[in-house]
Ligand binder design. Structure first.
Ligand code: XMP
Length: 317
């Protein structure tokens, strides 16, 4: 019978035999899969695993610093790369969602390829691919899928020519979490909601600017922290905020304001393929709405998305 302890023990042995003294490079996302995969490989080969965590400027508020800290705490050999400006430059004036995804994917590949060239003699690319990614590449659109669909037509970047090591590719998500528990990975990582590779880039409708990212980060932070404080975070499969490309009128004292609208989205789901909107308590929504409108300059209206998938997808673009 499958148990997480036996899986960890046998996988670490297999990885040791397979990798020997070779170096492995791996991109981390802060998500469950890449964190668990990295921890397993780290147990097998220690500092020969070189982890890279890229700040694409589209992460949640404080996410880069927080996640980097927890990885370091776990003993991983991890390098944080601040590439925010490169992403913002590449995204300038782009409004088409697929073009945004492509730009984000392309810059990620450039940054990751640069970093992997700095690791002398690296032989392997580590990936957090899990079984559903193998059988159904649309069900989870992780960094690997992004990389595969967006590689340059001019040929594969060098890191993609490396041999691939994917220690989780026989596991389902719930098994990955059990393995993570056995490895004593922090609950804040194991229980984390899924977060798309292009991050807030697909939650800002229209063109992306650093200022819009800042506004959305503040809104998202109030919403997610609110869910945690209210004890609702673990009942929700995924949650986030969307910055709409319209302004709406409001009043402040005697003045009319014309400011931004944000939508909150929270869903329950098993695998993201179908999803129901969460029936969050009205009182909670009322409090969050007040917190956002009072706390985030430039936003004067909050709406809640009450659409289920299908037909409405979880993300807005
Ligand atoms: P949708 O919007 O298709 O989302 O209902 C289903 C799940 O996939 C995530 N998602 C993405 N993840 N790159 C990713 O890494 C993407 O381009 C992307 N688009 C959607 C979404 O967050 C949800 O968990």
């Amino acid at each position: 019978d499958w148990t997480p302890d036996i899986f960890v023990e046998s996988t670490v042995e297999e990885l040791k035999a397979k990798l020997g003294n070779d170096k492995v490079v791996m991109g981390l996302s802060g998500g469950v899969d890449s964190s668990v995969a990295a921890t397993l490989i780290h147990q097998a080969i220690g500092k020969n695993l070189y982890c890279i965590f890229v700040d694409n400027g589209l992460l949640r508020k404080n996410e880069f610093e927080d996640v980097l800290d927890s990885y370091k705490h776990m003993g991983l050999n991890v390098k944080g790369v601040d590439a925010k400006q490169k992403f913002y430059d590449a995204l300038k004036d782009i409004t088409d969602p697929e073009a945004k995804r492509k730009a984000i994917g392309r810059v990620f590949i450039e940054v990751f390829d640069d970093e992997s060239h700095k690791i002398d003699g690296v032989k392997w690319l580590g990936q957090g691919t899990i079984y559903p990614d193998v059988i159904e590449s649309v069900s989870v659109k992780g960094p690997s899928a992004t990389i595969k669909s967006h590689h340059n037509v001019g040929g594969l970047p060098d890191f993609m020519k490396l041999k691939v090591v994917e220690p989780l590719n026989t596991l389902f998500k719930d098994e990955v979490r059990l393995v993570g528990k056995t490895l004593e990975i922090d609950d804040t990582i194991l229980g984390r909601h899924p977060f798309p590779g292009p991050g807030l880039g697909i939650r800002i409708l229209g063109d992306i600017t650093a200022e819009k990212v800042r506004i959305l980060q503040e809104v998202d932070h109030l919403f997610i922290n609110g869910l945690k404080k209210a004890g609702l975070y673990d009942d929700v499969w995924q949650a986030g905020a969307i910055l709409l490309p319209i302004n709406s009128v409001g009043v402040m004292g005697d003045e009319r304001t014309y400011e931004q609208v944000v939508s909150l989205r929270a869903v329950t789901s098993v695998d993201g393929m179908t999803a129901d909107w969460c029936h969050l308590p009205y009182e909670f929504l009322a409090d969050i709405s007040n917190d956002i409108i009072n706390g985030v300059k430039g936003v004067n209206r909050v709406v809640y998305d009450i659409s289920s998938k299908p037909p409405a997808t979880i993300e807005w673009e």
